[in-house]
Design a protein around this ligand. Sequence first.
Ligand SMILES: NC(=O)C1=CN([C@@H]2O[C@H](COP(=O)(O)OP(=O)(O)OC[C@H]3O[C@@H](n4cnc5c(N)ncnc54)[C@H](OP(=O)(O)O)[C@@H]3O)[C@@H](O)[C@H]2O)C=CC1
Ligand SMILES: O=C(CO)[C@H](O)[C@H](O)COP(=O)(O)O
Length: 473
Amino acid sequence: MSQIGVTGLAVMGANLARNIARNGVPIAVHNRTASKTKDFMDEFSGEGDFTGTETLQEFVEALERPRRIIVMVKAGAPVDGVIADLEPLLDKDDIIIDAGNSHYVDTRRREEELTAKGLRFIGSGVSGGEEGALNGPSIMPGGPREAYGEVEEIFTTIAAQVDGSPCCAYIGPDGAGHYVKMVHNGIEYADMQLIAEAYDLLRHGIGLDVPAIKAIFDDWNRGDLESFLIEITATVLDKVDAETGKPLIDVIVDQAEQKGTGRWTAQDALELGVPLTGITEAVFARSLSALRDQRRDASGVLAGPKPGGLPESLVDDIRAALYASKVVAYAQGFEQMAAAAKTYNWDLKMGELAKIWRGGCIIRARFLNRITESYDAHPDLVNLLMAPYFQDAVASAQDAWRKVIVSAVEQGVAVPAFSSSLAYYDGYRRERGPANLIQGQRDFFGAHTYRRVDKDGSFHTRWSQDGTEVRTD
Ligand SMILES: NC(=O)C1=CN([C@@H]2O[C@H](COP(=O)(O)OP(=O)(O)OC[C@H]3O[C@@H](n4cnc5c(N)ncnc54)[C@H](OP(=O)(O)O)[C@@H]3O)[C@@H](O)[C@H]2O)C=CC1
Ligand SMILES: O=C(CO)[C@H](O)[C@H](O)COP(=O)(O)O
């Protein structure tokens, strides 16, 4: 009998199944299109103790009880479809693990529905792409604690290991695991956008060629920016197109697609009232990139400076701006998770989250150690920017950060994530901002009232009458 099963043998499911089998766990595999299961078995069955199955019935019958079934199919309706097909074949206490990028709202609903039917449901984030799934992903499981206990050994064994710790930890009940994965992906969007803005400035602001920029990213990857995304940026820039002989980057269409996790993160931040500017700008930047035809037309019509001619001495300032903006994106993402924890009554441990993102996942980076250390030293930290390490890091980067944004604005190079991150930083460090004026305007046109700095209560000025102030509470 197999100890666990995976249904959904595309990139993620196939590699996760191989990872589990390579770790000595007998596993049953299934895919809606049975020919893919056959292909999988033909290619990989020698790697471990696999049982290939054609139907869901066979799949379920191949598993020890209580059954543990990982569903790794396209997020959304397909997950509901697979669960609906599995349900009549399962017994009380069997465990379904949705390991795809499901929306946490769906996960909360599915957990409630399946619990009512006597089944157990784990919604687990898995990050690392194809290579991570095979060799060790970062895993973010949510759901009933006792159900997690029954998959913990397998999950912690197959996860990436950093400094002897698995990049897998129980996140919390119902949708907590998928929530944390959603924010992970939001941060991934921000990180990628910031890198793209740095590339744009190097390429079009300073005018460096692709090999020179590749060397810069290699160099940055040896310092405090060291991360998977910086490393693969250099690799992508190094690739030459076999057909044209040009750098591949120059023949890739400049439209960024998106499957939804970044958008959900931004939407959720709006609901929670968290100022998630970096990630949201990154989502909008992908939307703007999608308007390729409009941009082509506008490029010949709308006035503005032509980029070029920035000094090469700006390279290190761009590195500093990238680092500071990245700190802001993470600070905002962690603030959002703290707000969600309060809303949903989840006991999210911020230092632990940074720890399980140190390996296996797309946003793995050297500076996640610093985040863990900051939360360990200051468990009640309200904002990462307030941690002494990050206060100092941003303080020493900020002259360069401002200089880069000024240069970009003068050059007409759009840097929405760099500049919105700095705007957040400047807004956050102001004891008194300009929202008093907004309150005055709201009270003027809608009698929405305002509070005063010098006494308690709500007040309204009779703007259109005698101009006197009245207390309204
Ligand atoms: N690709 C990546 O880098 C990452 C992906 N993820 C997430 O992991 C999950 C799997 O991703 P990935 O491996 O890329 O695969 P895809 O998201 O491309 O999904 C393809 C798989 O879903 C199955 N499927 C689609 N519709 C249905 C349906 N209605 N009923 C049953 N099965 C269905 C397909 O079966 P069939 O062969 O029959 O079409 C196939 O096995 C997704 O939620 C994704 O967002 C998470 C981290 C990284
Ligand atoms: O989850 C992932 C990595 O952690 C996926 O790679 C992610 O789905 C990619 O998202 P998008 O297609 O929206 O860029």
